[in-house]
Design a protein around this ligand. Structure first.
Ligand SMILES: Cc1cc2nc3c(=O)[nH]c(=O)nc-3n(C[C@H](O)[C@H](O)[C@H](O)COP(=O)(O)O)c2cc1C
Length: 370
């Protein structure tokens, strides 16, 4: 598989293309997507809709279809995110049904053995003709991690485990023949895996924002995903680039996620945002925030401040306004150094269509897309 000729013709993942602002669609594999709300929508977590959403994003030239990795819900009236598709199998199905978009698994590393993950990834990379990537997550939702037995590791130890897990996966992808592995967490004999992925290495992303998380991202992944709560805070997420350059002599990009509410008038867009809050499932939001407060180092600061932002998207800054205003806000994201944004919507199917017709032409005019 690894002859020089094969390497020369290896596919390059869409996320590594030359679009100034890469675009993605996020969270369409989970009930309620990223909104802890019962606001009116036609969105339902079904395979038919997920396929429709990702096929549309593929036609629009988006680079990435990013699912949430979720194993149980957060309770409340909606049992937010309680219904979800498993992400490797989801990516495999999408890979066969799409042409150009990058398909991702969001993999809680402790839930899947690295030998299995390496082979699943290689398989999906072949099905997708080199469009597969992994969002590496360590797990912060304790009840979810406890479903797998044992107890959740201490925060930074999760990243040490992830580092070893990924080391094994990458060795399988790149080693001809078998190897033994004697690490802190894994002792493995005669490890091997063929076929190798089609890409030199499937694209890797991670959204760690703690010290350990940023170090993991700087060392290992192609793109770090910032959880942007405010535009003023984007700069601080760029630190991961410096760590990558100085400590690991690597280049890494930074992307973000965002709720988009684009409407013909600003008032209309703001009213939709308001209705998301008015129909918020505050109990589920409270449950999520309680877990985050205890289990994640990075979210603490924002807990007290922004209950609303949790209802409207896991604590992340929303982009609300007319198509022109959305493009202005995305331009600011780009100016601040972000290289891509994965988008989510209250009503994915309808709003992606609107985004295609009204926002994409303005993004091209602004030079953010070609
Ligand atoms: C865009 C984005 C996607 C994420 N996806 C998931 C996910 O699907 N499942 C999950 O458990 N955590 C997810 N996370 C959480 C991160 O992996 C990470 O744990 C969190 O940002 C806190 O950082 P820390 O682990 O360094 O404390 C996501 C975060 C972001 C910003």
């Amino acid at each position: 598989m690894n002859t020089p000729q094969a390497q020369a013709t290896r596919p390059v993942h869409p996320l590594l293309n030359d679009q100034k602002l890469k675009l993605g669609v996020f969270g369409m594999n989970c009930s309620n997507g990223l909104l802890i709300s019962e606001a009116q929508t036609t969105f339902e977590m079904t395979w038919q809709q997920a396929l429709q959403i990702v096929t549309k994003a593929d036609q629009m030239g988006f680079e990435i279809a990013l699912p949430l990795g979720r194993w149980r819900g957060f309770g409340g009236k909606t049992n937010f995110n309680g219904t979800s598709f498993e992400t490797y199998t989801f990516a495999a199905a999408l890979a066969a049904a799409t042409k150009n978009i990058g398909v991702f698994a969001t993999s809680h590393v402790s839930t899947v053995h690295p030998v299995v993950a390496a082979k699943q990834a290689a398989t999906i990379d072949h099905v997708s003709d080199g469009r597969f990537g992994i969002n590496l997550v360590m797990g912060w939702f304790r009840p979810e991690m406890e479903m797998f037995g044992g107890s959740m590791r201490e925060h930074d130890m999760r990243y040490a485990y992830g580092d070893e897990w990924l080391d094994i996966v990458q060795r399988i992808w790149s080693t001809e023949g078998a190897f033994n592995y004697d690490g802190q967490f894994f002792q493995l004999k005669g490890v091997q895996g063929d076929p190798k992925p089609l890409q030199e290495r499937p694209v890797l992303i991670n959204a760690g924002t703690s010290g350990a998380g940023m170090d993991f991202a700087a060392k290992n992944v192609d793109f770090s995903f910032a959880s942007v709560d405010k535009v003023e805070n984007i700069k601080k997420f760029m630190a991961v680039k410096d760590i990558a350059a100085t400590k690991y002599q690597r280049r890494i990009g930074v992307c973000a996620s965002a709720l988009v509410i684009a409407r013909d008038s600003e008032d209309e867009a703001c009213a939709v945002y308001q209705s998301i809050l008015e129909h918020g499932d505050w109990e589920a939001a409270k449950n999520m925030m309680a877990v985050l407060g205890i289990e994640s180092q990075s979210f603490n600061e924002r807990l007290a401040k922004s209950q609303e932002k949790f209802v409207a998207g896991y604590g992340t800054n929303a982009l609300v306004g007319t198509p022109g205003q959305i493009v202005e806000q995305l331009q600011v994201y780009s100016n601040e150094g972000l290289e891509g944004v994965v988008l989510y919507f209250l009503d994915y199917v309808k709003e992606l269509d609107y985004f295609d017709r009204k926002v994409m032409p303005l993004l091209r005019e602004a030079g953010l897309r070609h």
